[in-house]
Design a binder for this molecule. Structure first.
Ligand SMILES: Nc1ncnc2c1ncn2[C@@H]1O[C@H](COP(=O)(O)OP(=O)(O)OP(=O)(O)O)[C@@H](O)[C@H]1O
Ligand SMILES: [Mg+2]
Length: 593
């Protein structure tokens, strides 16, 4: 068992101990942050004016354009400083891109061509900074900029009087570890108190809140597909109430790395195969290359409708590409036929189609199992996120699910960040329960039973206090597909024994929180069971009256036992832990992923 104690943030500890949370009755400014793979955004609202959510639309370098997001790119200069976002739009140098995907290295990325990200990897190595620090620098920059804008909109005294409350969105498909890393990046940027929300959940709240008077009714099932630059995330809800809006998640959210950036990577591969490897390597160093990639990203990619489109021409100004009529290369211009483009797009769209079909099937099965009056009907699929505005994507999902309406709502690009703000506005819109994506539990040392545990005999161990053999058996406290109500706390019962005059270290007990994605919950720890995080609990805060004196049978040695409950609360996208003993709740639980 890992007993290494995690680094503590003293202020957080003090706040936890004092049980200080955001006071929902005080006037607050709620600030939503969307840290995206390709674009990031910030929106805000005042709790006193909950029907108005404002997006930050002015960005340094955007030259007066009003846009709800700014590119997630940055470039460090020699003197500790860095440029970010649109400031780098016109720059031709290599910059750090796609940093968000590096925060979850464990995600499967079937379409991801890692060579495309080589420049970023090399830059990180040169800087000697881990991705979480780069993310933190970037988040700090967009936050500082946004605060300046907000300060310009309201009297300074008023703003300084308000509590600040932050909500940061994270992909639904991410591991708890990656969510925690993102949270750390934001906290290190000075952003607290902060809560996480699943990106498609935020999008759902915003979109459905806008549409609640337009043909939606209680009991309807809807699916949200948030297609961004890096990830595609899916989540499905049943409408429980319309005013105020209340949603219940129907099945576990799913998703994968199949965002629009993968299309860019695949297009680079196409150019490489057209001009040849050597020419490609030279080309990549030129301004012409960056110009061409920008044309692809901003014009060709968004306009793609399908195999019947007209040919496109992509020009590499000032390059030195040898003409090759057979491959459509002439005068530094490559002809890109619709069939070529289809080949570039196809695997990404196929992956998204697969993800959507999987989610839709799960919803249908669930509603039929529940004998829901609306049966297997799904009212609509909402497409949000930047990539969600693709007409080709819309057509492809429509074709696969002709009986479901596919809707591309207004403001789909900024739906996530606005939804994050909305989730914290009083009386506006809430998700009342979500669905567990996996089993969560702990391996508990239970009395060894030679018959029942015969196949696991080698795992038994001697308990020095109770003087019996024990065996770690899995106790699952949250099962895959369980409804996790937002207001409910789940408790895990524990017992810990230590010497009667314990040292402070004796009183720190560490458990591994385990998880499993397999459909059947396993009885013993096996290869399908992996560690989610370790939880270190400091029992020294428990008053002596709850310490139970015990005596060891064999030698009359005195020892102490404490029974306590580990409490798990499901906040937006994250589990929050505390423990309870003698009816009192303590915050002294540290999580290390
Ligand atoms: N019509 C379109 N077709 C394909 N891609 C598009 C289209 N419009 C925008 N995009 C792409 O969408 C991406 C931006 O979307 P968004 O801001 O939702 O993503 P993100 O938040 O950066 O990524 P993620 O949410 O995956 O971390 C960009 O990669 C952009 O090229
Ligand atoms: Mg996004």
């Amino acid at each position: 068992m890992d007993t290494k104690l995690p680094k503590r943030d003293p202020l957080q500890d003090i706040l936890k101990e004092l049980n200080i949370a955001v006071d929902e009755n005080r006037d607050r400014v709620i600030i939503g942050l969307d840290f995206g793979t390709t674009y990031s955004g910030i929106a805000y609202a005042f709790s006193t004016k909950p029907d108005q959510i404002y997006s930050i639309t002015e960005w340094p370098g955007a030259q007066g354009r009003s846009v709800p997001k700014t590119p997630t790119v940055l470039k460090y200069d020699g003197k500790k400083g860095f440029q970010w976002g649109y400031e780098l739009d016109r720059s031709i140098e290599e910059k750090i891109v796609g940093i968000k995907l590096l925060l979850d290295p464990e995600q499967e990325r079937p379409l991801f061509d890692s060579t495309g990200a080589a420049a970023t990897q090399a830059e990180l190595k040169r800087l000697g900074k881990p991705p979480v620090d780069i993310a933190s620098d970037y988040i700090a920059a967009i936050y500082k900029h946004s605060m300046k804008i907000i300060e310009g909109k309201v009297p300074k005294d008023y703003l300084s009087m308000l509590d600040k409350q932050f909500v940061l969105s994270v992909p639904a498909a991410w591991s708890d570890k990656a969510k925690d890393t993102t949270l750390r990046a934001a906290r290190n940027a000075g952003i607290t108190p902060i809560e996480l929300i699943k990106e498609p959940e935020a999008a759902a709240l915003f979109t459905l809140n806008q549409l609640k008077n337009q043909g939606l009714s209680v009991g309807d099932a809807i699916t949200i597909c948030d297609a961004g630059g890096g990830t595609v995330d899916l989540v499905s809800y049943e409408l429980i109430r319309l005013i105020p809006l209340e949603l219940k998640e129907l099945v576990p959210s799913t998703g994968g790395i199949a965002g629009s950036l993968m299309i860019n990577r695949r297009f680079e591969e196409f150019i490489k195969s057209t001009v040849g490897e050597r020419c490609y390597l030279d080309l990549k160093e030129t301004n012409g290359w960056r110009h061409a990639m920008k044309t692809f990203d901003e014009n060709i990619k968004p306009g793609f409708r399908g195999r019947d489109d007209e040919d496109q021409y992509i020009n590499f100004p000032m390059a030195n590409i040898a003409d090759n009529p057979n491959r459509g290369v002439k005068a530094n211009t490559v002809t890109v036929t619709a069939v070529n483009l289809y080949g570039v797009f196809e695997p990404v769209f196929k992956e998204i189609d697969r993800l959507v079909a999987e989610q839709i099937n799960k919803v249908r099965i669930k509603r039929l199992q529940d004998k829901h009056p609306k049966g297997a009907d799904i009212k609509a699929i909402f497409l949000v996120g930047g990539f969600g505005s693709s007409l080709f994507l819309r057509d492809s999902i429509k074709k696969a699910h002709p009986d479901i309406q596919v809707i591309q709502p207004n403001d789909a690009w900024s739906a996530i960040v606005q939804g994050s703000v909305l989730s914290k506005l009083p009386q506006e819109a809430t998700v009342v329960s979500s669905v567990a994506e996996r089993h969560y539990g702990v391996a508990v040392g239970e009395t060894y039973d030679p018959v029942r545990d015969a196949a696991h005999q080698s795992e038994k161990y001697w308990d020095e206090w109770t003087e019996i053999y024990r065996i770690p058996r899995m106790r699952w406290y949250i099962s895959k597909s369980d409804d996790l109500e937002r207001s409910r706390t789940i408790d895990f019962v524990f017992s810990s024994s230590f010497p009667s005059n314990p040292s402070p270290l004796d009183m720190k007990t560490t458990y591994d929180l385990l998880m499993s994605s397999s459909d059947i919950a396993q009885a013993y720890v096996n290869e399908t069971v992996t560690k989610n995080c370790s939880l270190s609990i400091d029992l020294s805060v428990v008053p002596r009256e709850h310490w139970k004196p015990k005596v060891r049978a064999s030698d009359d040695e005195e020892y102490t036992n404490i029974n306590f409950k580990l409490l798990v609360k499901v906040e937006g996208a994250r589990m929050v832990f505390s423990f309870e003993c003698g009816g009192k709740e303590y915050g002294a639980v540290n999580t290390e992923y």
